[in-house]
Write a protein that binds this ligand. Structure first.
Ligand code: GDP
Ligand code: IMO
Ligand code: MG
Length: 422
């Protein structure tokens, strides 16, 4: 009965979910994105060639899979069409793509407002990807959003006209140029024509698959600490990338969910603003950034880098009910002489292992570290845990010990094949 497995980001995103999803989707018949939009950037390296997915499920590289964009996703039609075209140019036909009729559409006013709201926030900006994600989810919850089923229907024209009229009032108040309905409609009705063939009721499709005992892989974007409810609010994204998002973003109930894998790196990173207890704003952070090539897949921004934080990881294990961990970039930390692992925080003179999302707590907590020896040598060809050098094993074993959760996948390089499965 439990043939639905899930991959989630455990930290602040970019943990290497794409690679783990690519591996697990070999066993799956369906790969489903359930939240977020093209704020995501998932990289998979196949024979030295890099594929970066923003909207399409990363599982789509496995040719037999049915790739689904669930109802919880927000879709920028222009970006999606570009991504489909790009994949087709690389020999993948995208015939097995299905888009939920209930997914919401990102329109030009969302993107304009995302940028504008960031400007208005001034020194308190969130550092969004400016892809229109927050404003699109705002409209969804405010009940003025346009869903895929509307987008591909004759209703789109009137709905768009109303929305543009309303958004122009806001744009005028902020002294911004008005949007012209006729221009937006002309462009977007063409996108609707292209995407129409992919739109369907993906929830009933998934339930037929469950009845047929077919494997479904739900692939998370963003991550636990970016979750609108459980993340470092307000420095978060506007959706639920945590486990609850799987059910609300696909229509699959909890009883069908089996394994829930949380992805981490052997160190950590964050893009955008907000607290980050184990951040290293120093030579170590710079070294990790260069060794791990930590530059954003979506916005190309240099990522903030630091040590792995087990206080945060244990929180992610708790709120998601993680059954296993996938840890990438063991090769990267193995290039350092010494590796630090955050095992507790010190807040107002007291040591604690309880994570809280309160801003005062996060900005004023200091990390308590254990130190490990690095210099693992080249581990990219290790295929089993036993083949890893002792220093690497010690580090992995200690993380398992302090989290009580098995590390089932270990990343030993960026390539599709650089993975140890335990
Ligand atoms: P995602 O958003 O969670 O899918 O992660 P990103 O693709 O944004 O960032 C992860 C980066 O790490 C990508 O450049 C991957 O190619 C790379 N990567 C993933 N796993 C490993 C690993 O085990 N070792 C190394 N060196 N790179 C990895
Ligand atoms: P993947 O799936 C890392 C961050 C942004 C910003 C905050 C809000 O590749 O792990 P948004 O545009 O969503 O309103 O921005 O969330 N953010 C991510 N950081 N990886 C991501 O996705 C992210 N998606 C959003 O940098 O701080
Ligand atoms: Mg990413």
């Amino acid at each position: 009965m439990k043939n639905v497995n899930v991959v989630l980001g455990a930290f602040y995103g970019d943990e290497g979910k794409g690679k783990v999803i690519d591996y697990l989707s070999k066993e799956a018949k369906y790969a489903v994105r359930f939240s977020g939009g093209n704020n995501a950037g998932h990289t998979i390296e196949v024979d030295g060639k890099k594929f970066a997915f923003h909207l399409l499920p990363s599982g789509i590289l496995n040719r037999n899979i049915k790739a689904i964009l669930g109802n919880g996703v927000v879709i920028d039609p222009k970006v999606l069409i570009e991504e489909i075209n790009n994949l087709q140019a690389n020999g993948y036909d995208c015939k097995n793509l299905y888009i939920s009729d209930k997914a919401h559409v990102i329109l030009p006013y969302h993107i304009i407002l995302d940028g504008l709201l960031e400007e208005i926030r001034g020194g308190k900006k969130i550092g969004t990807t400016k892809r229109g994600i927050g404003p699109a989810y705002c409209d969804k919850f405010e009940r003025s959003g346009i869903r895929m089923e509307d987008f591909i229907s004759p209703n789109f024209k009137e709905m768009l006209k109303t929305n543009i009229t309303n958004k122009n009032v806001i744009l005028k108040a902020y002294k911004q140029p008005k949007l012209k309905f006729a221009d937006v409609y002309k462009e977007y009705k063409e996108y609707a024509k292209i995407l129409k063939k992919y739109v369907c009721d993906t929830t009933s499709m998934l339930h037929k698959a469950i009845k047929n005992n077919e494997n479904i892989l739900c692939e998370g974007a963003q991550a636990t600490l970016l979750d609108i409810d459980f993340g470092s609010y307000p420095y978060v994204t506007s959706s639920n990338p945590t486990i609850g998002g799987v059910s609300t973003g696909t229509g699959i109930g909890a009883k069908y969910i089996g394994e829930v894998y949380g992805v981490i790196k052997a160190y950590s990173s964050r893009v955008g603003e907000g607290p980050y207890v184990t951040e290293q704003i120093n030579e170590i952070g710079d070294t990790i950034r260069e060794l791990g090539h930590e530059y954003g897949t979506t916005t190309k921004r240099p990522r903030r880098c630091g040590w792995l934080d087990l206080v945060a990881l244990n929180y992610a294990i708790m709120v998601n009910g993680l059954t296993g961990i996938a840890m990438n970039h063991l090769d990267t930390v193995g290039k350092l002489d010494k590796i630090k692992l955050c095992v507790a925080y010190k807040y107002k003179g007291k040591v604690t292992t309880d994570f809280r999302t309160n801003m005062d707590f996060l900005y004023n907590s200091e990390a308590v570290y254990e130190e490990f020896d690095g210099n693992f040598g080249d581990i990219s060809n290790c295929k089993t845990f036993d083949e890893l050098p002792e220093n690497a094993k010690k580090y992995v074993n200690r993380i398992e010990e302090l989290t009580g959760t098995p590390i089932k996948f270990i990343g030993t390089g960026a390539g599709r094949e650089n993975i140890i499965v335990r």
